[in-house]
Design a protein around this ligand. Structure first.
Ligand SMILES: Nc1nc2c(ncn2[C@@H]2O[C@H](COP(=O)(O)OP(=O)(O)OP(=O)(O)O)[C@@H](O)[C@H]2O)c(=O)[nH]1
Ligand SMILES: [Mg+2]
Length: 468
């Protein structure tokens, strides 16, 4: 009895203080962040207690305790607004379009008005929970290791990455850096030109489906586009003795000195700045990953996504205290890993997708601790583009998907095959059976709720305790 009163009192106190949640949504490019936030807002603002039923796993909605959800002006006036209206208009266009790809960070604020439950309901009938939702590129988190590396160490790491496809793509800019006399007085235009080739190389890696790209801002510069801080590159052709010699001999205005300076500036201002201004202030973090596209693509694409995700997760490991300055540790209490675009697979494959996501995070079974953080895993479709149908063939019934295929805009019925529940082995790539098609969004009428899969599982994890 005492403990239950105690618990209610604690809840009471917590609620008095805890009226705002800062929720961050991230993931590598094209992982589905914009679609996810668009759908999340849409699901919430359409909670209507009469026809309620689109979010069965979200308890507060199911119990009809949500009075209403509204978009309200954000508090940070210097962060671009998340363009919900434009995204919704794209979906309502004829034919419907996917929301535009975004760059940089954006924010939106929601007010959730709800009926209290338990003891609190006798004191105060209704409360408001404010949600600040941030969308930021996961690529920015890939720069975390830079904080512990100097220019030489970073160059060395980049050298180790240069294999296979990357080596091929790197040729043009590498030739140019080799010809540069690093002790000569720096010419800004030449640096800008080589940096442009270097950026083109990173972009090409990205377009080829490689996700582990450093420095992250080079491919997603947002407001830094064209700034000298993004005009440096690693020096891959130097041996230890060359570095030593250059450090001793290169003058302050030489190419070598300027490159060092720019690297340090990038690290201290841009990378650190992101952690100080954003990252440490988040309360809850959702990490989105599209595991299906790389499975369909190639082994290298999959491994690269895995490497990218691992780098991204490092931001949340408590065990890596040495890597991340304690000051930058976010105060998050909940972290959810979300496999997106689950409407590309039949419902029987969803548990496999969740399991694969788990494996990716846990590095093939090695347990990764996100100490003190409640961690969840799920698979969703933010904007469901397909319908599941049953197909009969030779007396047997199969689950299949129906949708408008993007490449030829034709309505097709497909059986996508099975998703591996563990990290795929070499055999998997040799006898690849998974067949992934991109689909167009389904037509959406004005006022209609965006069709989704399991967005309510995310809402329950994210907000359930705050609305209890
Ligand atoms: N079928 C299906 N496709 C989706 C879904 N979500 C996203 N997509 C596809 O993935 C693409 C990228 O989704 P976005 O939401 O723009 O991803 P993002 O992470 O914001 O991408 P960037 O802004 O480019 O970093 C979309 O254009 C769709 O083609 C989904 O729920 N179902
Ligand atoms: Mg986006």
């Amino acid at each position: 009895m005492f403990t239950s009163i105690q618990r209610e009192v604690n809840q009471f106190i917590n609620r008095g203080l805890d009226r705002t949640l800062r929720i961050a949504v991230t993931g590598l490019s094209q992982s589905g962040k914009t679609a996810f936030i668009t759908s999340l807002i849409n699901q919430l603002i359409n909670i209507d207690n009469v026809t309620n039923g689109h979010l069965p796993l979200f308890e507060a909605a199911r119990q009809q305790r949500i009075v209403g959800v509204k978009r309200i002006p954000q508090i940070n006036l210097n962060i671009p607004r998340f363009d919900y209206e434009a995204n919704l208009n794209s979906l309502m266009a004829s034919p419907p379009q996917w929301p535009q790809s975004t760059r940089g960070v954006s924010e939106t604020r929601l007010a959730v008005r709800y009926h209290n439950s338990g003891l609190f309901s006798h004191i105060k009938e209704k409360s408001t929970l404010y949600l600040d939702i941030f969308d930021y590129p996961g690529e920015w988190l890939l720069d975390l290791p830079l904080l512990n590396l100097n220019y030489q160490q970073w160059s060395l790491e980049q050298q180790n990455l240069r294999q296979g496809l990357r080596a091929e793509l790197a040729q043009t800019w590498l030739e140019k850096t080799k010809k540069l006399d690093l002790t000569a007085m720096a010419d800004e235009d030449i640096l800008a030109q080589i940096a442009k080739d270097y950026t083109a190389y990173l972009q090409a890696c990205k377009e080829q489906g490689l996700h582990f790209i450093q420095p992250g801002r080079f491919v997603l510069p947002a407001e830094l586009e064209g700034a000298p801080v993004l005009q440096f590159f690693p020096l891959l052709h130097l041996a230890e003795k060359d570095w030593k010699k250059l450090k001793e001999e290169a003058k302050p205005n030489s190419y070598f000195a300027i490159l060092n300076q720019r690297y340090d500036y990038y690290k201290n201002k841009v990378v650190k700045g992101f952690y100080e201004n954003y990252f440490v202030h988040f309360d809850r973090q959702l990490i989105l990953a599209d595991c299906l596209t790389p499975i369909n693509h190639s082994r290298q694409a999959f491994q690269d996504m895995q490497e990218g995700l691992q780098q991204l997760f490092k931001n949340f490991h408590y065990g890596k205290r040495r890597l991340i300055n304690r000051l930058f540790y976010p105060r998050i209490d909940k972290l959810m890993f979300i496999a997106t675009k689950a409407d590309h697979i039949t419902s029987d494959q969803i548990p496999n997708l969740v399991s694969l996501m788990r494996q990716l995070v846990q590095d093939g079974g090695r347990h990764v601790a996100f100490e003190g953080i409640e961690t969840g895993f799920t698979a969703i479709a933010a904007i469901r583009a397909t319908k599941q149908v049953l197909v009969e063939q030779e007396g047997k019934t199969f689950k299949a998907l129906q949708g408008i295929r993007s490449k030829d805009k034709r309505q097709v019925t497909v059986y996508p095959g099975s998703v591996p529940s563990r990290l795929p082995s070499i055999d998997f790539w040799q006898q690849q059976k998974f067949d992934f098609d991109q689909f167009e969004p389904q037509p959406l009428e004005s006022g209609e709720i965006i069709p989704h899969l399991r967005m309510d599982s995310v809402l329950q994890f994210l907000l359930g305790d705050k609305l209890a």
